[in-house]
Ligand binder design. Sequence first.
Ligand SMILES: Cc1cc2nc3c(=O)[nH]c(=O)nc-3n(C[C@H](O)[C@H](O)[C@H](O)COP(=O)(O)OP(=O)(O)OC[C@H]3O[C@@H](n4cnc5c(N)ncnc54)[C@H](O)[C@@H]3O)c2cc1C
Length: 322
Amino acid sequence: MSEATASATARAGARSVIEAIAAPHDGPVPFSVEFFPPKDADAEARLWRAVRIFERMNPAFVSLTYGAGGSTRDRTVRIAGELATETTLLTIAHLTAVNHSVGELRALVGAYADKGIVNLLALRGDPPGDPLGEWVKHPDGVEYAAELVELIRDLGDFHAGVASFPEGHHRAPDLVADTDNLVRKLRAGAEYSVTQVFFDVDDYLRLRDRVVAADPEQGAKPIIPGLMPITSLASARRMTELSGSTIPRDVEERLMRAAGDGPEEDRAAIRAVGIDLCTEAAERLVAEGAPCLHFCSLNFAKATSEVLDRIGVDTRGAFAAV
Ligand SMILES: Cc1cc2nc3c(=O)[nH]c(=O)nc-3n(C[C@H](O)[C@H](O)[C@H](O)COP(=O)(O)OP(=O)(O)OC[C@H]3O[C@@H](n4cnc5c(N)ncnc54)[C@H](O)[C@@H]3O)c2cc1C
């Protein structure tokens, strides 16, 4: 796809995330949902069940992650295209720099534009295999997400978002460097950021304060908090291992109390506490003026919809005939 075509597609295409979160919405705050590309046909059927349920709840947007090292490239592009063209959902595609040349990145942006996707989350990506391993730049690629934002913007009228990290990114030497990097990405043209999942709302509020203090103009751009209802100890631990984020001690204690001290953990009790914790965080974020709540759904609708229901989003009828 030529740059001129991409530009024309982008102009004619979907709303931006900024417009979507500013639009009228049901409930106390707009919300959005993150999906990941399924591995097989069963997982894809499960994804589509969740998509159709969430579609009835009118999220501001949905996003689709991009597999480490481009491993799910074809599937991701296909599914993102289907989300954009076969549903009513505003779709953001995640785009990672890892293991891609600039030529491949341009082709990917073009493939998304062909499907009418103009909102891209510009990410560096983690090394395939071990997310905490050494990051090696593709010889013809880009080094940091800020460069990817510039590349996306040079290609046409696309809308770029970036990642932000309430606890600081695990490779940043300190929170000052982490904040500087977020500001750099926003100055490069990112319109908003979506945070890593966190469990301590104070971390989010401190991030927001740091960005405003570092650059009031960039600090005015939305920082969309990432939430995930914990439904099992294993999934919570896996998530924190992969992302480098932490579970605060009080949260862990509540989960461990729910797990009980029998030979088997009490899974129903853990799930109930996970929903409580996520609801409490969501309520506080709404009170603190968060612009949108972004839920990592893991391609399931039930737990997130329980949280949404409890904060006052109308989820009635969403599960009908799915
Ligand atoms: C909301 C969200 C969605 C995500 N989706 C995906 C996904 O779909 N697929 C996937 O593989 N991963 C995903 N990730 C993970 C992400 O790719 C990793 O966390 C990655 O390690 C960092 O990406 P970034 O875009 O923040 O990188 P960058 O902003 O490039 O930062 C990476 C590190 O480099 C440092 N840095 C940046 N610029 C400079 C500079 N000029 N000089 C020195 N240091 C610098 C930063 O401080 C940081 O420590 C997601 C993360 C989030 C929060």
